[in-house]
Design a protein around this ligand. Sequence first.
Ligand SMILES: *[C@@H]1O[C@H](CO)[C@@H](O)[C@H](O)[C@H]1NC(C)=O
Ligand SMILES: *[C@@H]1O[C@H](CO)[C@@H](O)[C@H](O)[C@H]1NC(C)=O
Length: 239
Amino acid sequence: MAAYFDVNMLCLLLLIFSLNFVSSFDDEFEGLQSLPVDHSFQSSPDSAFTRRGNIIIRSFKMNKAHFSPAGQLTPQEKEVLKSAAGRNDFYRIKIPVRPVSSAHEEESHNYVSTFILACQLYESGLSDLLTLNVDQSGEVVGVTMSSTVGQCMDVTMPDDAISNWNTTIEIVQTVAGPLPETQLYIDKLKREEHDKQKGQQGDNRSFFAKYWMYIVPFVIVLMLASNSDPQGGGGGGGR
Ligand SMILES: *[C@@H]1O[C@H](CO)[C@@H](O)[C@H](O)[C@H]1NC(C)=O
Ligand SMILES: *[C@@H]1O[C@H](CO)[C@@H](O)[C@H](O)[C@H]1NC(C)=O
């Protein structure tokens, strides 16, 4: 009987241990998530977006993400980028985000998007930084893009310099502001009230026990005063 009980306990302990393990595992990797990134080399509203690649997110909290390109730029895309850079056009990206109402999950027409000058991307040799802003639940709320080139110098890049993406992904998660700690405050008030009641109940000492430190000096002063009167009169009488 005792052995049976021990085995049960062991199983329970193992179960608790494995549950703990799973939850700490979850904390570290909040699920691999992949976000498609589409891009366009022209700023005209009817220009088509094509797939640039995917952002693979390993962890929001720990800012672990990388860019996985759909491929090298095609010769045609390089040509378009080059000419967009030449006429000071924009390079745009957009990232679909989950619609607020998850009822129409498949037809997600919500995007976050941003743009830089095409020449900035061109002259950086496709080196850019994408910063994703995500809220606390991990939903993307915004994206910004910058390249390693701040100001375009009108340089001509060799074709093989604009073949491969050199993209850095940064994730910035919104931090919750300080919330009023109502429950903690109420708990504190309750605790204080409880302590006060206990204090009042506990302090059922006698009047003298409570106030002796005031009474004793008073009594001493009284005694001294009453002593000095007879001493003055009696002393004279004694002589
Ligand atoms: C890739 O980008 C980084 C900065 O994000 C830059 O320092 C590095 O030189 C780039 N590499 C190439 C091959 O362009
Ligand atoms: C009041 O004092 C007595 C001892 O004099 C004690 O037994 C009792 O618990 C005290 N009451 C409270 C509420 O602490």
